[in-house]
Write a protein that binds this ligand. Structure first.
Ligand code: PLP
Length: 395
């Protein structure tokens, strides 16, 4: 499949990259190749290189090419979940005795992975505040640190890391910089252009965009020059096939379909988030609002440099403590109480008891009066009204 040139705009690439009309039928949408194996024209005579769907499947290939085009990367890989992709990256690049720097504010499952899965297998990590470049430099163990893992904005506190500065720090120490771009999306932020080596996504979120699929993506830079890790793309390709945590054809198709509208959806998520934030800033029940678009946010200037806009995620602290946070989450009618984020519908959740329950008692523990909002693309007046009613009654 051919792709539009890299200098085409984001929406053009999202709609066309990897997605030529079907050669046999002219179908303008990439078909769901719901197939496990492929007829060979004589042993080893693969048509289009397809042999077995764990190794490659045409629907997944289309998605992988599209993901790479959207991040400006060399190769894309699609996985069964965001965590399956992250696991494949870590296993591909680190062996027992190696070390990673992990954010002090991150998706709870990422921390749990490093702490409870990679750790017992001999891969060590140090937690560092990634908005503090010196703290990251200090956390690096020269010679054994192979990865610096970055989230920006972070889940759930919306902290910002300076990708360009961290790439320099990581590279100087012979480590790769991996950026989880789930919250920002490929539309708002392109970490590879800022010096990162690998981008990951939970495509479950904005990429899929409709809360109907669980998936993950990994995109590697065109050229990785860090000594000993230059072959990161080949290693990830090998491990994707050898471990097998791949996206199935239907899931790949759903994410591919989601990507086509990513640009327009994210613009609307941002528009709505800005209105919601403005409203929350003046609400008497709210102690603090975390949103990188606020010029009072400590990471605002960095975010303004590296993001097109500031995204659809907002977190707030409630003045009246945990119970009021829990009550507000249960009281909204349009905002749905649920985990996950990035879908067209607005979601509300209590990280301490839900998405980040697994980090309770660790350095990543989140405030108990924190409420996280995934601002959807409904009519913003309805969103503000619903939130306002819940905050006024229970905040
Ligand atoms: N990264 C971030 C920032 C997330 O929010 C999540 C899930 O919430 C993941 C990774 C893991 O993705 P998945 O749930 O698709 O495995």
């Amino acid at each position: 499949m051919t792709s539009p040139p890299a200098d085409h705009g984001f929406a053009t690439r999202a709609i066309h990259a990897g997605q030529e009309a079907d050669a046999g039928t002219g179908a303008v949408v990439t078909p769901i190749y719901q197939v496990s194996t492929y007829k060979q024209d004589g042993i080893g005579g693969f048509r289009g290189g397809y042999e077995y769907s764990r190794s490659a499947n045409p629907t997944r290939t289309a998605l992988e090419e599209c993901l790479a085009a959207l991040e400006g990367g060399g190769r894309g890989f699609a996985f069964a979940s965001g965590l399956a992709g992250q696991d494949t990256v870590v296993r591909s690049l680190l062996t027992p005795g190696d070390h990673a720097v992990v954010p002090s504010d991150a998706y709870g499952g990422t921390y749990r992975y490093f702490n409870k899965v990679a750790g017992p297998q001999g891969i060590e990590h140090t937690i560092a505040s990634l908005s503090d470049v010196d703290a990251v430099r200090a956390a690096i163990r020269p010679g054994t640190t192979k990865l610096v893992w970055v989230e920006t904005p972070t889940n759930p506190l919306l902290n910002i890391a300076d990708i360009r500065a961290l790439a320099e720090v990581a590279h100087a120490a012979g480590a790769l910089l991996v950026v989880d771009n789930t919250f920002a999306t490929s539309y708002l932020q392109n970490p590879l252009a800022l010096g990162a080596d690998i981008v990951t996504h939970s495509t479950t979120k904005y990429a899929g965009g409709h809360s109907d699929v669980v998936g993950g993506a990994v995109v590697t830079a065109q050229d990785i020059t860090v000594k000993g890790l230059e072959d990161a793309s080949e290693r990830i390709a090998f491990h994707q096939n050898s471990i097998g945590g791949i996206a199935g054809p239907f899931d790949a198709w759903l994410v591919l379909r989601g990507l086509k509208t990513l640009a327009v959806r994210v613009e609307r998520h941002c528009d709505n988030a800005e209105v919601v934030v403005e409203h929350l800033m003046g609400h008497p029940a709210v102690e603090a609002v975390f949103y990188p678009g606020l010029d009072t946010h400590p990471g605002h200037d960095v975010a303004a440099r590296q993001m097109k806009r500031f995204g659809g995620m907002v977190s707030i602290l409630l003045k009246n403590g945990e119970q009021s946070a829990v009550n507000v989450c249960a009281a909204t009618k349009i905002w749905t109480l649920g985990e996950s984020l990035g879908g067209v519908e607005s979601l509300i959740e209590h990280p301490a008891r839900m998405t980040h329950a697994s980090v309770a008692g660790t350095e990543l523990e989140v405030p108990r009066n924190l409420v996280r909002l995934s601002v959807g693309i409904e009519d913003v007046g309805d969103l503000v009204g619903d939130l306002d009613a819940a905050l006024s009654a229970h905040g």
